[in-house]
Design a binder for this molecule. Sequence first.
Ligand SMILES: NC(=O)c1ccc[n+]([C@@H]2O[C@H](COP(=O)([O-])OP(=O)(O)OC[C@H]3O[C@@H](n4cnc5c(N)ncnc54)[C@H](OP(=O)(O)O)[C@@H]3O)[C@@H](O)[C@H]2O)c1
Length: 343
Amino acid sequence: MDTTVTYQPIMGRPVRWGLLAAGTIANALAETIRASEGGLLVAVAARDGRRAAGFAHRHGIPRSYEGYDGLLSDQEVDAVYISSTHPFHAEQALACIAAGKHVLVEKPLALTVKDTEAVRDAARSRGVLAMEAMWTRCLPLVRDIVERVRRGEIGVPRSFTAAFTVPFPYDETHRLFDLGNGGGALLDLGVYPVTLAHLLLGHPHDLQVLGSVAPTGADDHVALQWMTQEGAIAQVLCDSQGHGRSRTVIRGSEGWIEVHGQVNDPESFTIHRSGDDAEGEWVPGPREGYLHEVDEFHRCLREGLLESPLVPHADTVAIMTIMESARRELGVRYPQEDEPLHT
Ligand SMILES: NC(=O)c1ccc[n+]([C@@H]2O[C@H](COP(=O)([O-])OP(=O)(O)OC[C@H]3O[C@@H](n4cnc5c(N)ncnc54)[C@H](OP(=O)(O)O)[C@@H]3O)[C@@H](O)[C@H]2O)c1
């Protein structure tokens, strides 16, 4: 991992944030940055200037811009949080990077592997921090599970299962179903269990996929399973139209872990070790959601890093590689994916 210091680390003053896009998730991040230690909201930009101004007013942000150019040339913005819908992430990240801004980019960081790599390469050569907003990877509870599995507390990991299902009412104009707006269960929901499976077991040696697509052509129900080189098996399901609680289990040669709560919002876990009593050890975790990813981003900026050791570029690319292979198997193609990025 490249951790070369190529910019002046941000120390002794707040990280000054600009928000690119003012949609649903931007509200949550605005609240989080305000609540964070060391983050300061200085500007927000949206396609519609009145919406940007309203957002700024609601969140007490001093400046708002119509369109994104003003944000890019705002000399007081250190870092940009990009929360547009998926097809715009890569190009907007490249524009921010070219303007010398650090970027926190909503998941998925791009639509394709090629575009994910383009953002990674641009950030490295411009010497700025780029991180996918894969917030679950930064949760203390998830970090604890990963550490315990790596320490061998359940022996050799043998299998992982997780499902993430959210019953969105079918609407061909909703971003979950509109292929032109990055629609698809895999990139939106599947990214969470795929990330966790990849973290705990590793990359596929063999990958199998089943799934269906909505009338718009966007995948709406996908099951994938893979085997790693070491013989561990991951089974992951995502569904944008189904009900059901998530059940995340990691099984090993000497025990197993059951994670309680949704795969993207774990509340606690129970670790069962062979020979222990049947109830196992219950471990609760703090649940401050997005605060942990913002803290991690701030920490990287204080240390002058180009990528987060918690959400390294290699993992972002690897996880996109898994999702892209699955998508290809299902015949799901985004209209933008063959177009060159405008940089
Ligand atoms: N981390 C999480 O827990 C989490 C949760 C939900 C979503 N997300 C991710 O965050 C991103 C945004 O999700 P959201 O629910 O906030 O979406 P949203 O409210 O539907 O849209 C977000 C913004 O994207 C831009 N946008 C939407 N449709 C567009 C179009 N057709 N053309 C150009 N720009 C368009 C708009 O920017 P302007 O404001 O400039 O008009 C809009 O405000 C997605 O990539 C999603 O995967 C993450």
